[in-house]
Design a protein around this ligand. Structure first.
Ligand code: NAD
Length: 512
């Protein structure tokens, strides 16, 4: 069986829009429900809740998910280790079969799952639809990759001895995921380790617990046995460090911000009493992603790609373009086109399918507004810079020009709709500026100069380089995703080496 990416829905077709609206109405009628934790296949309430609100209509309660604490983490890890014995002993084919069934369940609930993300994460139709498609892709891609990792293989023949090597799962690990791809990243981080025999404690972001609950519903419908996926929702302060520090956590699969990733990496290095391993930590973190446009580029096209890269989902993608680097000779012309397009973008509640919606929470909006204040003091504002409509955490598409490459605006991840335009003398200067941050996640060049495109391949220090296209929207399998430098530990989600990271090699020598 070959792997192909799930097709994205075409929302220029009115039937698709109608079907999506129908899913929104259906999901709206189910908003506000309570969801328990799932530990060892059992539902568990704690008497306390975390509330999830629609970021674009903050009075709308999406749902309440039980607030877990340390006792629930203890129980979840115990359940995961209990399940590990039988799950790791099952054949790879069995586990692959379940992962493929999970993909089928998600396909059958495609618009409904997307609609939950429209309400909980503020994703417009296309962004939410792509998130579900990517979740399905992770299931299918890892199911496709797993068979190659099964079985015992001879190292090489040796007289009088059999020497073999096999890959064995690590044990019970933690998935600590971000809110911005609440189904896709969450699913990929869970299903990858699981398909090769590990069991998991899933700790989603407190901003998107209800989408995580939908994942559990899908996994149960697919027939996963109890204890493979244990869901503990809760507040970071209650369970974040506790799960990372726990002596029974075998590995940590983390995607999120640099600050949290560094904290996790440091804490996970400590070996606690009773701990039998060095924890394996995989970190996918942030970016300060740059798109370079040179004087050979088609400027209309470049401006369109830059706007799509900078403001898709309000800049709340780790791959989002937050720096647009323009060479001197075309700078002003590109800026005019870019600003004109940015000003056309519509901002509003996600269920009305605007270009982008509210930022995820008040903290995110305040963070963008804080950087806008900094920009007002250190750069030239050309567009936006204001809170958007009432009723949600909105910020309008914001453009700053004359941004100094070393300024805070150009160095720190904002994770909102704030783009810094930086003027470069020439292509050499632009490449130096692009490489001049601590991050190395995505980057791109729009140019018609072959030699420069080739140089970018060699010298642009990013995990995902995009030439003559937008710098967001990586497809599973096609474009394995993850960054260099402080953007991550080169985990490369959706890539051919991903599953291997959740396996240990065991060598067996037998005298014949
Ligand atoms: P975040 O770091 O605030 O949270 C990520 C996860 O860590 C959440 O589940 C959160 O609850 C948890 N967490 C917070 N404090 C913790 C602690 N002390 N111990 C354990 N867990 C803790 O990030 P976010 O706001 O959810 O996501 C946005 C960030 O994620 C951005 O920086 C973005 O660039 C990054 N991101 C990276 C990728 C990638 O593939 N490289 C993909 C998506 C998002």
């Amino acid at each position: 069986m070959t792997f192909t990416n799930e097709a994205l829905t075409d929302f220029t077709v009115s039937e698709n829009v109608d079907a999506y609206r129908a899913a929104l109405s259906e999901v709206r009628s189910r908003l506000g429900a309570d969801y328990p934790l799932t530990i060892g296949g059992e539902k568990h309430e704690t008497g306390d809740w975390i509330e999830s609100h629609n970021p674009g209509r903050t009075t709308e309660l999406v749902g309440r998910s039980a607030r877990g604490g340390p006792p629930e983490i203890d129980r979840a890890l115990a359940a995961a280790w209990e399940a590990f014995r039988s799950w790791s002993a099952r054949s790879m084919e069995d586990r692959i079969d379940l992962v493929r069934r999970l993909a089928d369940v998600m396909r059958s609930r495609r618009f409904e799952l997307a609609a939950w993300m429209t309400f909980e994460a503020g994703k417009n139709f296309a962004e939410a639809d792509a998130d579900v498609a990517e979740a399905i892709d992770f299931c299918e891609y890892y199911a496709h990759q797993a068979p190659g990792l099964a079985g015992e293989h001879e190292t090489y023949p040796s007289p009088g001895e059999s020497n073999t090597s096999m890959l064995v799962p690590l044990g019970a690990g933690a998935v600590i995921s971000p809110w911005n791809f609440p189904l896709a990243i969450f699913t990929g981080m869970a299903v990858g380790p699981a398909v090769v025999g590990n069991t998991l404690v899933l700790k989603p972001s407190p901003d998107t617990p209800i989408v995580a609950q939908m994942f559990i519903e899908c996994a149960e419908a697919a027939g996963f046995p109890p204890g493979v996926f244990n869901l503990v929702t809760g507040a970071d302060a209650d369970i974040g460090d506790y799960l990372v520090d726990h002596a029974r956590t075998r590995f940590i699969n983390f995607t999120g911000s640099l600050t949290t990733g560094i904290r996790i990496n440091q804490r996970a290095a400590t070996v606690h009493p009773g701990q039998l391993w060095i924890k394996k930590v995989g970190l996918e973190m942030g970016g300060k992603d740059a798109l370079i446009v040179d004087e050979t580029a088609d400027l209309d096209y470049a401006a369109r790609m830059a706007v799509a890269s900078g403001y898709g989902f309000g800049g709340q993608k780790c791959s989002a373009m937050s720096r647009l680097i323009a060479v001197e000779s075309i700078h002003d012309e590109l800026v005019d086109r870019f600003v004109a397009l940015a000003e056309e973008l519509e901002v509003g509640p996600a269920d009305e399918n605007p270009d982008f919606s509210a930022l995820i929470n008040e903290r995110a909006r305040d963070k963008s507004l804080h950087y806008i204040d900094i920009g007002n003091e250190t750069a030239t504002m050309l567009a936006g810079g204001a809170p958007g409509p009432d009723g949600g955490h909105y910020v309008t598409p914001t453009v700053f020009a004359d941004v100094s490459p070393d300024s805070k605006l150009a160095q720190e991840e904002i994770f909102g709709p704030v783009v810094s335009i930086i003027r470069a003398r020439d292509f050499d200067d632009a490449l130096g500026i692009a490489n001049g941050t601590m991050f190395g996640l995505t980057g791109g060049l729009i140019s018609n100069d072959r030699a420069r495109l080739d140089r970018a391949k060699r010298e642009f220090e990013v995990g995902n380089l995009y030439l003559n296209r937008k710098i967001t929207g990586a497809f599973v399998g096609l474009q394995p995703f993850g960054g260099l430098r402080l953007s991550g530990t080169t985990v490369k989600a959706g890539g051919p080496y991903y599953l291997r990271q959740y396996l240990a090699e065991k060598t067996i020598a037998e005298k014949l």
